[in-house]
Design a binder for this molecule. Structure first.
Ligand code: 13P
Length: 247
């Protein structure tokens, strides 16, 4: 039985003091033994967030990380900077990073390998645009993203990875994918992992759905056979996140 994982992606929201206040507000609401709960906060808030989350069930994750160890990469954050302060998860290849910051399947793969090298669990994002869905290439497209993201990743590493299926047209639009649409793609992703590795790996890897998840839609989505939780944007900044975690 896979353990659910509900992660909040705060994106570029909340100053460090606001982050601490929000964690203190949400802490009692997201308490659960039944799922992993992760708050992925902006880099500048990682340390205060870790401090604020101490003693609770909340894990803190980053939203990005570079694939080199150190050096002349102005503005980037190295993996050992994250591990030294206690960051356990990192979102890799979010569609916003692909769209606005030129991330590609190849850089996603490099970052995934680097995260594993440092013992950080990557939350690897994939998902199609509205055009791709209308063209009928959703599954092909997502399979390609997944296959490239996992190049060189060992079976033991893959078992611990988290994949977030986030259809781009459902992000921040209030237009949540139907349960069937979300389950269909998450099932195809699991099948793809079975083809790359084996059934055992496919059964262990956790696959989230993301895109306008709300307190109203969480229960049905997360009850699907192949959906192991969610990556939540807007609703993770509100008390609604407590309802989503305890769906
Ligand atoms: P929303 O939940 O705001 O649609 O964002 C989804 C997302 O991009 C999470 O990574």
């Amino acid at each position: 039985m896979r353990r659910k994982i509900i992660a909040g992606n705060w994106k570029m929201n909340k100053t460090p003091s606001e982050a601490v206040a929000l964690i203190n507000e949400l802490k009692p609401l997201v308490e659960t033994q039944d799922a992993d709960v992760v708050f992925c906060v902006p880099a500048i808030s990682l340390i205060p967030a870790l401090e604020a989350a101490k003693g609770s069930n909340i894990e803190i994750g980053a939203q990005n990380m570079y694939f080199e160890e150190s050096g002349a990469y102005t503005g980037e954050i190295a993996p050992n900077m994250l591990t030294e302060v206690g960051v356990k998860y990192v979102i890799i290849g979010h569609s916003e990073r692909r769209e606005y910051f030129a991330e590609t399947d190849e850089t996603v793969n490099k970052k995934v390998l680097k995260a594993f090298e440092h013992g950080i669990t990557p939350i690897i994002c994939c998902g199609e645009s509205l055009t791709q869905r209308e063209q009928g290439v959703t599954i092909d497209f997502v399979r390609q993203q997944v296959k490239i993201a996992f190049l060189g990743v060992t079976k033991e590493q893959a078992k611990t990875a988290v994949i977030a299926y986030e259809p781009i047209w459902a992000i921040g639009t209030g237009k949540v994918a139907t349960t069937d649409q979300a389950e269909e793609v998450c099932r195809a992703i699991r099948q793809c992992i079975a083809e790359i590795y084996d059934d055992e790996t496919a059964n262990e890897i956790r696959i989230q759905y993301g895109g306008s998840v709300s307190a109203a839609s969480a229960k049905e989505l997360f009850s699907q056979a192949n959906i192991d939780g969610g990556l939540v944007g807007g609703a993770s900044l509100k008390t609604d996140f407590g309802k989503i975690v305890n769906y």
